[in-house]
Design a protein around this ligand. Structure first.
Ligand code: ADP
Length: 533
C-alpha cells in the first residue's frame, strides 16, 4: 500500500469519525492523542539516540519498537491532515479519467448541501461496491435521500459532475417501483401548448413536451386553420392491445393442432373466461395465430379500459398459457412476447391489424383559410401530398410512414402526458391524405392512425406533471362512469393534433417557408453564438 493510499485511508477514517454523531469531540480526542503520541515518541527517540549505553540497534527491542511505530503512525496521521482536500479544490471536480480504483483510494469528500448523519459512510459504501446502489431506497427508507447519495456516489466514481441535472422538485417516492430505478435526478423538457384544437365540437389546449423549436408553433398554426374552418371530426374504429407469446411444439403437426384449437370459435368462450380473470378491465377480443415451423405465435388482443394495457394483457396471456398446458403438455413456452405483438418495433402487423386505438380524423379546410393562415393553395397541398407522403414514402419503402411528421406530435404529446415514449414507433404510423373538394375550392385532409397506444392510468400518467397535462385535456385518470372513455378520448386528441401538425408542415413545405421558420424558431442567435464559441 503506498503512502498516498495509506494517508487516504487514515483521512477517510478520521473524517468518518468526524462525520459520526459525536463528530467534533471524537475528532478533537483523536488529534490530541496523536500529538501526545508524537511528542512522547520523539522525546524517547531523542533520548535513545543520545544514550551511548542504549543506542538504537536492530533487531529493535520491545520498547524501541513501540516508540518507532508510534512515531511513524503519528507522522502519517499528520500527513493525512495536511493532505485533506479543501472544499474549494473539491469544487473543481475530478479528472474525467479518474478510475473506480482511484475513487476508492481517495478519501471520501464531504457532502454538499443537506448533509445528514451517516451520509458519508453510505456514499463511501456505494463507491466501494459494499452497498449496491439499487438497495439505497429500501435501506434508507427515504427516496429523495437515496437519489441524493446515489448522485454523490456517481460523481465520485466518474469524476463528472451532474450539476445541471436537477435533484429537487421530483417526487422520488412516486416513481419507486413504477417508473424508474436508481434515479439520480430528472431531465427537464419544456412543455408548450398548442391550440385550441377544435375537435368533435370541443376545444382542447394540447400540451407538447419538446425541445424542437418550431414544432409547437407549427401545430398551433394548424389548429388555427382547422378551427377557422369549423373544426375536425374523429372516429375511433378499433380498440385492442395485443401481446403475442411464442411457444414451441415437438412437431409442425402438433403446432398446427394447437393453432386449430386456439382459433376454433367453439373454444373462444373458455379461453376468454380464463384470460379475463386477470382484470375486470381486460376483455379478450380475439387470438390471431401465425406458424413458423414448429413455433406458434398467438396474438391475443384485448380491451384494457383506460390503461395502455401491456401489463394487463400480459397477465391474461399468462393465464391462458397455463390453461393450454393442461391439454398440450408438450407445449414449450419460449417467451411471453414473440415479437408478433408487436411492441416498439416498426411492423406491418400493427399497420394492418391495428394495436391500441385505431383512429381516423378529418377536416375540411376552407380555401380562404389555406390562403390566409397557411400561406399556400389547395392545389399545391394536394400535389405535394401525392408526391411526398404517398409516392415519396413508397419510394422509401416506408412502413406506416405515409405522412410528413406524425411522430413529432405523437412523441411530444406522449412525453407530456406520461405515455411510454418508445411506443411512438407504432403509434406514429399514419396515412395522411389530401383532396380538393367543393369544386376544388377547399381542402379535405385526413389522418388514419391504426396503432395509437395510450392510457390515462398506469405507467408515467400518475406523476404530478404528466397528470397535470392529462388534466388540461380533461382525461386524467380512469373514467369511473365509462371505463376506457378517457383513453379513447386521448387517442382522438393525438390524431387531431397530428392532423393539425400535418396541415401546417405540408403548408410550410408547399410555400417554401420551412427553412425560414426554422431559422426563426430553431436557431436563436444565442444558440449560434454558444455553438461558435
Ligand atoms: P398497463 O397495463 O397499461 O401497464 P396497469 O395494468 O399496470 O397498466 O395499470 C392499470 C391498473 O389500473 C390496473 O390495476 C387496473 O385494475 C387499474 N384500473 C383502475 N381503473 C381502471 C380503468 N378505468 N381502466 C383500466 N385500468 C384501471
Amino acid at each position: 500500500m503506498d503512502v498516498r493510499r495509506l494517508g487516504g485511508r487514515i483521512a477517510a477514517a478520521r473524517r468518518a469519525l468526524a462525520a459520526g454523531g459525536s463528530r467534533p469531540i471524537s475528532a478533537w480526542i483523536a488529534n490530541g492523542l496523536v500529538i501526545v503520541s508524537l511528542v512522547l515518541s520523539s522525546c524517547d527517540l531523542l533520548r535513545l539516540c543520545s544514550d551511548r549505553d542504549r543506542r538504537l540497534r536492530f533487531p529493535l527491542g520491545g520498547r524501541e519498537f513501540v516508540t518507532v511505530v508510534c512515531q511513524l503512525a503519528s507522522i502519517v496521521y499528520l500527513f493525512s491532515l495536511a493532505n485533506t482536500e479543501t472544499p474549494a479544490s473539491r469544487d473543481q471536480g475530478g479528472s474525467p479519467n479518474q478510475t473506480r480504483a482511484d475513487a476508492d483510494a481517495d478519501a471520501p469528500e464531504a457532502l454538499h448541501d443537506g448533509v445528514e448523519d451517516g451520509d458519508e459512510e453510505i456514499v463511501a459504501a456505494v463507491v466501494s461496491g459494499a452497498l449496491p446502489s439499487h438497495h439505497l431506497e429500501s435501506r434508507l427508507g427515504d427516496c429523495h435521500r437515496a437519489a441524493r447519495l446515489r448522485r454523490e456516489a456517481l460523481r465520485r466514481m466518474t469524476g463528472r459532475d451532474v450539476e445541471g441535472l436537477p435533484l429537487d422538485g421530483m417526487d422520488y417516492q412516486a416513481i419507486l417501483g413504477q417508473c424508474c430505478e436508481m434515479p439520480v435526478g430528472y431531465v427537464q423538457v419544456p412543455v408548450g401548448v398548442a391550440g385550441p384544437l377544435l375537435l368533435d365540437g370541443v376545444q382542447y389546449h394540447v400540451p407538447m413536451a419538446t425541445t424542437e423549436g418550431c414544432l409547437v408553433a407549427s401545430v398551433n398554426r394548424g389548429c388555427r386553420a382547422i378551427a377557422a374552418s369549423g373544426g375536425a371530426v374523429s372516429s375511433l374504429f378499433r380498440d385492442g392491445m395485443s401481446r403475442a407469446p411464442v411457444v414451441k411444439l415437438p412437431s409442425i403437426k402438433r403446432a398446427a393442432e394447437l393453432k386449430e384449437f386456439v382459433e376454433a370459435l367453439t373454444n373462444f368462450e373458455t379461453l376468454a373466461a380464463v384470460f379475463n380473470r386477470s382484470s375486470r378491465f381486460g376483455k379478450l377480443q380475439g387470438i390471431q395465430c401465425a406458424l413458423a415451423g414448429r413455433n406458434l405465435y398467438m396474438r391475443f388482443t384485448s380491451s384494457t379500459g383506460d390503461a395502455m394495457g401491456m401489463n394487463m394483457v400480459s397477465k391474461g396471456v399468462e393465464n391462458v398459457l397455463g390453461y393450454l398446458q393442461t391439454d398440450f403438455s408438450d407445449m414449450d413456452i419460449i417467451s411471453l412476447s414473440g415479437n408478433y405483438c408487436s411492441d416498439k418495433k416498426p411492423a406491418a402487423v400493427n399497420w394492418i391489424e391495428g394495436r391500441g386505438k385505431s383512429v381516423v380524423c378529418e377536416a375540411i379546410v376552407k380555401g380562404g383559410v389555406v390562403q390566409s393562415v397557411l400561406k399556400t393553395t389547395v392545389q399545391k397541398l394536394v400535389e405535394l401530398n401525392i408526391v411526398k407522403n404517398l409516392a415519396g414514402s413508397a419510394v422509401a419503402g416506408a412502413l406506416g410512414g405515409s405522412n410528413a411528421h406524425a411522430s413529432n406530435i405523437v412523441t411530444a404529446l406522449f412525453i407530456a402526458t406520461g405515455q411510454d415514449p418508445a411506443q411512438n414507433v407504432e403509434s406514429s404510423q399514419c396515412l395522411t391524405m389530401m383532396e380538393a373538394v367543393n369544386d376544388g375550392g377547399d381542402l379535405h385532409i385526413s389522418v388514419t392512425m391504426p396503432s395509437i397506444e395510450v392510457g390515462t392510468i398506469g405507467g408515467g400518467t400518475c406523476l404530478a406533471s404528466q397528470a397535470a397535462c392529462l388534466n388540461l385535456l380533461g382525461v386524467k385518470g380512469p373514467n369511473r362512469d365509462s371505463p376506457g372513455e378517457n383513453a379513447k378520448l386521448l387517442a382522438t386528441i393525438v390524431a387531431g393534433s397530428v392532423l393539425a401538425g400535418e396541415l401546417s408542415l405540408m403548408a410550410a413545405l408547399a410555400s417554401g417557408q420551412l427553412v425560414k421558420s426554422h431559422m426563426k424558431y430553431n436557431r436563436s442567435s444565442k444558440d449560434v453564438q454558444g455553438a461558435a464559441s
